[in-house]
Design a protein around this ligand. Structure first.
Ligand SMILES: Nc1ncnc2c1ncn2[C@@H]1O[C@H](COP(=O)(O)OP(=O)(O)OP(=O)(O)O)[C@@H](O)[C@H]1O
Ligand SMILES: [Mg+2]
Length: 240
């Protein structure tokens, strides 16, 4: 029972049209996104780069239905999400989008396994199925034997792998990652990027990643650069 207007998505997971976001700080308008038009194809791997304050996180928050645009349209898999109720938005977010953050955002006093299961609790999945799913994903992330560890008993790379398992648990079509390697050393960063690349290539998950780092951005097929709330370049690599 989708409320928003479902339109034909034609292989486009996310489409934004004349998207604008203005924050107000003490009645002063801060134009964070000025006019953004983009289409992101299903199964693609996109990096978003740009200087600090250029609007990357603002854009990701809108894509992730964590925030609404001030003006413009956002179609997520063909559904216009701007008209949806907060409850319905939360549902879409939980079912269709996996999030990965710079600070991992795991619950501290909760085991790796329970952290991974959490989105399934919200979707009303049975305990048995939740456990099976989370064990499988932790194993896929190379974390067999670490299921009962708390986040603080894990390295940064291991915590980020728990967070990736959690992001995957609802079989989302899209993973949004905002600086996922920002708190990791370079070797661990490359391990995390290799995992994301594999999810994209082998499982067809669409990945949209924000990064400051040039070599991290290069893992994607397409690199979009923001400057002052606008897209200033959009490059698709030729497939070898
Ligand atoms: N909640 C908010 N209230 C007011 N202004 C905000 C808010 N969030 C962001 N901004 C402003 O909007 C602009 C874009 O911020 P945003 O966080 O999207 O940048 P960013 O590209 O993610 O930067 P960084 O690389 O530092 O993470 C900045 O000028 C920022 O100060
Ligand atoms: Mg940011």
């Amino acid at each position: 029972m989708s409320q928003g207007t479902a339109q034909e998505s034609n292989g486009i997971v996310a489409k934004v049209v004349a998207l604008k976001k203005t924050y107000f700080l003490d009645h002063v308008a801060v134009p964070a996104l000025k006019e953004v038009n983009l289409e992101i194809s299903k199964g693609s791997f996109v990096s978003i780069t740009g200087a600090s304050g250029s609007g990357k996180t603002t854009f990701m928050n809108i894509l992730g239905c964590l925030d609404k645009p001030t003006e413009g349209q956002y179609l997520l898999e063909g559904t216009d999400v701007s008209s949806l109720s907060p409850d319905r938005l939360a549902g879409i977010r939980n079912e269709r989008i996996g999030f990965i953050f710079q600070n991992f955002n795991l619950l501290a006093r909760t085991s790796a396994m329970e952290n991974v299961e959490l989105p399934l609790v919200y979707s009303g999945v049975s305990r048995h199925e939740r456990q099976e799913k989370s064990l499988g994903l932790l194993e896929m992330m190379g974390l067999k034997g670490f299921e009962q560890h708390f986040p603080q008993q894990l390295s940064g790379g291991q915590q980020q792998r728990v967070a990736i398992a959690r992001a995957l648990v609802n079989d989302p079509g899209i993973i949004l990652a905002d600086e996922p390697t920002g708190n990791l050393d370079s070797r661990t960063s490359y391990e995390i990027m290799a995992i994301l690349k594999r999810l994209n290539e082998d499982m067809g998950v669409t990945i949209i990643l924000v990064t400051h780092e040039h070599d991290i951005a290069e893992y994607a097929q397409r690199i979009i650069t923001f400057k002052d709330g606008l897209v200033v370049s959009d490059t698709v690599k030729e497939t070898p």
